[in-house]
Write a protein that binds this ligand. Structure first.
Ligand SMILES: C[S@@+](CC[C@H](N)C(=O)[O-])C[C@H]1O[C@@H](n2cnc3c(N)ncnc32)[C@H](O)[C@@H]1O
Length: 234
């Protein structure tokens, strides 16, 4: 990684307790360059000097390093395959109460889509939506996109890089988050998911994400196109 980019990330880690050091370099550099364009300076080294004296700019940069794009039922075809998978699971255990973790849920659309889909299938759930961005979580709570009265929905702050997994789940949904991480960091986070899933628990990733290297040995594939996997007993 570019030496000054490393220094910028070290400053964010110290000052903000946010660790982007193992995120994909191309995304990080692109996001920093974007902030350079919006600021009064012209180069990344000059920008580093700027954030050392401008706490507000440092705040903005830390927020800008994560991408929050989301929507309800994102990638609808994939949701259809996912719904079919859950329907099939339910035929084996109809009374199961699903404990679900939506990791990197941004402003909550994914959580509310899950609640709506499980409602449709008449299944009981507890859904925990987590993110590192507090403002996103506040929006998720204050602007629910689905009247999910019957559902147990919770939102809380959780950092996939620095925090321990939240508990044991039947399903972990982590879509369009790992794509921003280096391959090494993806492996570490996938191992957290592996530990956090109950036996035979399901992991659902985003359309451009996959299991590589050792992580591929921890799961079996339920549907390769929709990126749905099941925890293996190893
Ligand atoms: C592109 S959004 C994906 C939202 C949703 N899962 C979807 O697929 O529409 C990525 C989210 O991951 C969150 N994120 C990034 N790094 C994270 C980390 N270390 N721990 C938890 N969430 C993180 C970001 O704040 C952002 O809200």
């Amino acid at each position: 990684m570019h030496n000054t980019v490393e220094k910028i990330l070290a400053k964010i880690k110290t000052d903000k307790n946010l660790d982007f050091t193992e995120y994909r370099e191309s995304t990080i550099t692109r996001r920093i360059n974007r902030r350079v364009l919006f600021s009064s300076v012209h180069t990344i080294p000059e920008y580093f000097k700027l954030i050392k004296k401008d706490a507000k700019e440092l705040d903005t940069l830390a927020k800008d390093l994560t991408i929050h794009v989301t929507e309800s039922f994102r990638d609808p075809e994939t949701w259809e395959i996912f719904k079919k998978t859950i329907k099939e699971e339910t035929q084996i255990r109809p009374n199961k109460k699903w404990k679900i973790w939506s990791a990197g849920c941004s402003t909550g659309e994914e959580v509310y889509s899950l609640a709506s889909m499980y409602d449709d299938l008449n299944l009981k759930t507890t859904i925990t939506g987590t993110d590192i961005d507090q403002a996103c979580l506040e929006k998720a709570v204050s602007q629910p996109q689905y009247n999910a009265k019957q559902k147990n929905i919770h939102f809380c702050h959780h950092d996939l890089v620095q925090d321990e997994p939240l508990g044991k789940f039947d399903l972990i949904v982590c879509r369009n988050v790992l794509i921003y991480f280096s391959e090494i960091l993806q492996g570490k986070v996938l191992h957290k998911f592996y530990r956090s899933l109950k036996p035979k628990g399901i992991l659902w990733l985003g359309n451009s994400e996959t299991l590589r290297g050792e992580s591929a040995t921890w799961f079996e594939t339920i549907d390769s196109k929709a990126r749905i996997y099941r925890k293996k007993r190893i």
